[in-house]
Design a protein around this ligand. Structure first.
Ligand code: NAP
Length: 280
């Protein structure tokens, strides 16, 4: 499993991690087995949020026997809770639900109506008290990031978690270059398009299969390798079975050639820059 730096001063984190949105909706035992297999195969970066129903308690059960230091746990505060006090309370609630002493990174889920100054002050308080090791944001466009860095200063924002998959490459226009200039990790969410992975019968699907065949890999592994082809990007697919988790983890060692990357770039064009940043 390759690793990537998580922010300027951050640790090395598995390039492929595990999403947990809707993980609490299916069979709980299978979800726990999926997370455990994922961790065993190197996907130690686990992404959750207070918004994701019972995902945090499911993670708590999956990681109960594991040394805390081997994991990179991320959770998120809802914008409606992201006041100075509300952020701290929400973080403490997530820690209780995860049965964890600290989070490796804590994110603002998307920009809401509380001033960023308040949320940043709460994040810094949480860092000082040891409840989080770092903080970041999600669904921030480059102009939001400009505002945020003016408030927080350089070197403070660990990551920006954004929508990124083969059929939605908008972040490549401005967000990825911004993050690279400022040493901020880009975390690709919904890397399989949530529930819209290219069909095997489509032109793009055939291309993914042909490249996969050359590596004895799968189209989803090729998709993850394409999305994480640059050093600033990590991805967090969600899987609810151990088989899917193991398949996804293997993408962490797959490196595509320049020719294959160019072919995929053509099959799934970036498209023009949209007016706003797309999000789910
Ligand atoms: P996703 O990871 O793009 O896709 C998940 C879907 O892919 C599920 O239906 C899953 O099925 C399937 N899948 C996974 N691995 C597979 C495999 N190897 N073979 C076949 N099917 C496979 O969707 P997502 O959950 O929207 O995004 C991932 C994570 O990003 C979320 O869970 C969440 O942690 C985060 N996220 C963040 C935001 C944000 O605003 N910050 C928004 C959306 C998502 P099974 O479940 O059956 O395995």
């Amino acid at each position: 499993m390759q690793t990537r730096k998580f922010g300027t001063n951050g640790p090395d984190v598995s390039v492929i991690g595990q999403g947990t949105w809707y993980l609490d909706h299916g069979d709980r035992k299978a979800a726990i087995a999926a997370l455990r297999r994922g961790i065993e195969t190197g996907m130690t970066h686990i992404d959750t949020a207070e918004m994701y129903g019972d995902a945090e308690p499911v993670i708590a059960d999956a990681i109960a026997e594991l040394p805390r230091e081997m994991l990179f746990l991320v959770s998120k505060v809802l914008p409606s809770n992201a006041s100075r006090r509300g952020t701290v309370t929400a973080c403490e609630r997530s820690l209780r639900r995860l049965k964890a002493d600290y989070l490796n990174c804590y994110l603002l889920h998307w920009r809401g109506s509380y001033p960023l100054e308040e949320t940043v002050a709460a994040f810094e308080e949480l860092v000082a008290s040891g409840k989080i090791r770092s903080w970041g944001v999600s669904n921030f466009d480059s102009d939001d990031l400009d505002e945020l860095v003016d408030i927080a200063g350089e070197g403070k924002i660990a990551c920006n978690q954004v929508l990124y998959h083969l059929q939605e490459r908008a972040i490549e226009h401005a967000v990825v270059p911004w993050c690279e200039r400022h040493g901020v990790a880009v975390v690709a969410y919904s890397p399989f398009g949530h529930n819209d992975f290219p069909s095997p019968r489509s032109k793009g699907g055939e291309m993914l299969q042909a490249i996969a065949d050359a590596y004895k890999a799968t189209p989803r592994q090729v998709a993850l390798a394409f999305l994480t082809r640059t050093a600033s990007v990590l991805a967090i697919p969600k899987a609810s079975s151990a088989e899917h988790a193991a398949e996804n983890a293997r993408a962490g060692d797959l490196k595509l050639s320049e020719v294959e990357i160019a072919a995929l770039d053509k099959a799934f064009p970036r498209g023009p820059k949209p007016r706003g940043l797309p999000m789910l």
